[in-house]
Design a protein around this ligand. Structure first.
Ligand SMILES: *Cc1c(COP(=O)(O)O)cnc(C)c1O
Length: 407
């Protein structure tokens, strides 16, 4: 496809105008929204209002007057449509890792006598690390099997199945419904990490029988660096599960200042400490960028963008790189990985030319497609520049081979 042909696809794209909701620097093709979403245009003024008018002028009255105290619930409610859950099943809190700790611990304690947290090898590291630490504390075990062996590994000893819905490396998608059904059949619970799903693929947490889930606020949800995460607990489980990190914000009456813990009802009990108000203001701006846009349109565009990239890269550079994501677009999330033995250097050379993706060890170049702001011309342009860099071996320079702290 030529850039002119891609331009015509953009002109006919029903989501084209959503790009206006973001600040994107000129001359940059940003394909890393799966790691840090772009800045929503409304975020700086939302942050300024929260800081200057609310914190600055209203001071502590803001907790009531500007409803800061309700933001973890109010902002979570706006996510309901995006993840296919009910508003009263969601809460914004902490980081993904901490939320995962809370839900895994709650799940293990809700299935006494069962000794296994089941996950898969090469799951996102934090998911495995959290499970390993928790297993030591609760005297249970983490069983990490090959990704395609999870279904068969669910048994009567499984307390909880902990999986990432869209794999952060390959972008392959787990069949949520099948895993949930098998887990329930065996009497186990499921915790899904939706970090690479929320805002990129159409989800129906309720309809597919999910028990528990967490997800990241700073990727497709564009909540800003270090944005708080979200927690989902199916309504049917909310009374049964307890928050292992009890704190005053999850108390039934935080301002009664009593000595003994009594959990709030519903999702509020999953709060621990004071919410990060400034970060919540930015996350709210991010979630608002989805207003008026259907998740089915987002998923449809995501598949078109990622498939176009696969086709264009393979047509131009098929003998140099290897597709390391599923070939079937319905089996992928919203990013694509190509392997190259010098993937790190190639990615640095791409970044130097304004095409921003990222690198995941050992040899994977990762390219994320964010339907709200990625254009078809970006996809074709990125494939063209990648082909030039590979053909000319532009990447083969010492300056592209020194590893930075963050890759
Ligand atoms: C990005 C990501 C996280 C992030 O966890 P934090 O605690 O917010 O740093 C967790 N899980 C997965 C699968 C991710 O992709």
């Amino acid at each position: 496809m030529t850039l002119d042909e891609a331009d015509r696809l953009d002109a006919a794209d029903p989501l084209a105008s959503a790009r206006e909701r973001f600040c994107l620097p000129d001359g940059v093709i940003y394909l890393d929204g799966n790691s840090l979403g772009a800045l929503p245009k409304s975020a700086p003024s939302a942050l300024a209002t929260t800081a200057e008018r609310q914190w600055g002028a209203d001071l502590i009255a803001s907790w009531n007057k500007n409803r800061w105290i309700d933001w973890p619930v109010e902002i979570a409610a706006k996510l309901a449509r995006i993840v296919g859950a009910r508003p009263n099943e969601l809460l914004i809190a902490d980081s993904t890792s901490v939320c995962l700790f809370k839900l895994l611990a709650a799940a293990v304690r809700a299935r006494p006598g069962r000794r296994t947290i089941l996950s898969h090898r090469a799951n996102f590291p934090t998911d495995l690390y959290v499970a390993q630490g928790l297993a030591d504390m609760l005297a249970v075990e983490v069983k990490a099997v090959a990704p395609d062996e999870v279904l068969d590994a669910i048994d009567g000893d499984t307390a909880v199945v902990s999986l990432t819905h869209v794999d952060y490396r390959s972008a392959s998608i787990y069949d949520m419904r099948a895993i949930n059904e098998a887990a329930h059949e065996a009497g186990a619970l499921t915790v899904w990490d939706l970090s690479h799903s929320a805002g990129a693929v159409e989800l129906d947490l309720g309809g597919s029988g999910c028990d528990l889930a967490v997800g990241c606020g700073y990727k497709y949800l564009t909540g800003g660096p270090g944005a708080p995460a979200f927690i989902y607990v199916a309504e049917r489980l909310q009374d049964e599960l307890a928050n292992p990190l009890q704190g005053w914000m999850g108390h039934a009456e935080p301002f009664a200042f009593v000595d003994d813990y009594r959990p709030a009802s519903g999702m509020l009990k999953f709060l621990t400490g004071t919410p990060s108000v400034l970060s919540l203001a930015a996350l709210d701006a991010g979630i608002t960028t989805f207003d008026g846009i259907s998740m089915s349109d987002i998923e449809a565009k995501s598949r078109k963008l990622s498939q176009l990239f696969v086709d264009e890269v393979e047509a131009r550079s098929g003998n140099e790189v290897r597709l390391a994501s599923p070939r079937d677009p319905t089996q992928r999330g919203s990013h694509v990985v190509f392997a190259h033995p010098e993937g790190y250097a190639v990615m640095q050379a791409l970044i130097a030319r304004g095409v921003i993706g990222d690198f995941r060890a050992p040899d994977l170049m990762r390219f994320g497609f964010t339907p709200l702001y990625t254009r078809y011309v970006d996809v074709v342009g990125a494939a063209e520049i990648l082909a030039e860099i590979l053909a000319s071996r532009e990447w083969d320079q010492p300056r592209f081979k020194a590893r930075a702290k963050v890759t």
